[in-house]
Design a protein around this ligand. Structure first.
Ligand code: BTN
Length: 266
């Protein structure tokens, strides 16, 4: 069943959001775009429905978290899913974690247990980044009207020159999988898994997602150096909580951070 968009939270049909709803995907393919998230936003302003997926073979201005560029040559998988959640922002605090789990589940089919998640929403393979997620939302403090889930996966190692900063931190699925999946196959697996995780998030709440996420967390129990609001923090990682914050034990003092950067870990 496809959920209608823009139902006011106090409307009787908004109850559907309480138990979650199935997503129907409509995939639109492009050769090269600036950013699939920008294209998805343009389509959203023209009334595109929930489940619209914009996928491109390459991006000329792919972007990541914190305004960073996302290296997007041909051979990778780049796409953005449009959601029209119509729920309070608190209910989507783990959308990034749920999305990361969806990508993890789909990629694990090819590379199994060597994958791990790095807070907040990176997919790591053999200690290097193989995928990332960028969540952008539109709405008010009472309700999220639109969410754009941008997903990038390093699939086939490009033959072109790779920028040194990417080379040092990234890995491609083709480096590790005996048989790397096709872009179409991986996209289909991620979308299937995303529909399940999103439904789980809306119906069962954040607890189940946080628990699954923590079981796959690369940093769990490790000593972290974190930069948060310009301050340096050191502590043992205790996983994320239901609000999506990373919990750190700083010599017996519990600290939770909602934004920040893990600089290193041991
Ligand atoms: C990150 O790790 O910083 C997030 C990277 C997200 C990249 C994807 S690729 C598809 C979508 N379009 C973009 O411009 N960014 C996201």
């Amino acid at each position: 069943m496809k959920r209608a968009a823009h139902i006011p939270p106090d409307h009787p049909r908004a109850a559907i959001n309480q138990r979650g709803a199935d997503l129907c995907f409509t995939v639109t393919k492009f050769d090269e775009v600036s950013s699939t998230s920008d294209v998805a936003k343009q389509l959203a302003t023209k009334g595109a429905s929930e489940g619209t997926v914009v996928v491109a073979s390459a991006q000329s201005a792919g972007r990541g978290r914190r305004g960073r560029a996302w290296f997007s040559p041909r051979g990778g998988l780049y796409f953005t899913i449009l959601l029209r959640p119509n729920v309070a922002p608190e209910r989507l605090r783990l959308l990034a974690a749920a999305s990361a789990l969806a990508v993890f589940d789909a990629m694990a089919i090819s590379v199994g247990r060597r994958l791990l998640l790095k807070w907040p929403n990176d997919i790591y393979l053999e200690g290097k980044k193989v995928g990332g997620i960028l969540i952008e939302t539109k709405g008010s403090c009472a309700r999220i009207d639109e969410a754009f889930v941008g997903i990038g996966v390093n699939l086939q190692r490009p033959e072109m020159v790779i920028p040194p900063e990417v080379m040092n931190s990234a890995l491609w699925l083709s480096d590790c999988a005996s048989e790397a999946p096709s872009r179409e196959g991986l996209l289909a697996d991620i979308l299937r898994s995303f529909a399940d995780r999103y439904k789980e998030l809306l119906s069962s709440g954040a607890g189940a997602i946080a628990e699954c996420y923590n079981r796959r967390l690369l940093l769990m129990g490790r000593k972290l150096n974190v930069r948060c609001d310009g301050k340096a923090l050191v502590g043992i990682c205790r996983g994320i909580n239901e609000a999506g914050a990373l919990m750190i034990d700083d010599n017996g003092k519990d600290v939770s951070i909602t934004t920040g950067e893990i600089c290193s870990w041991q």
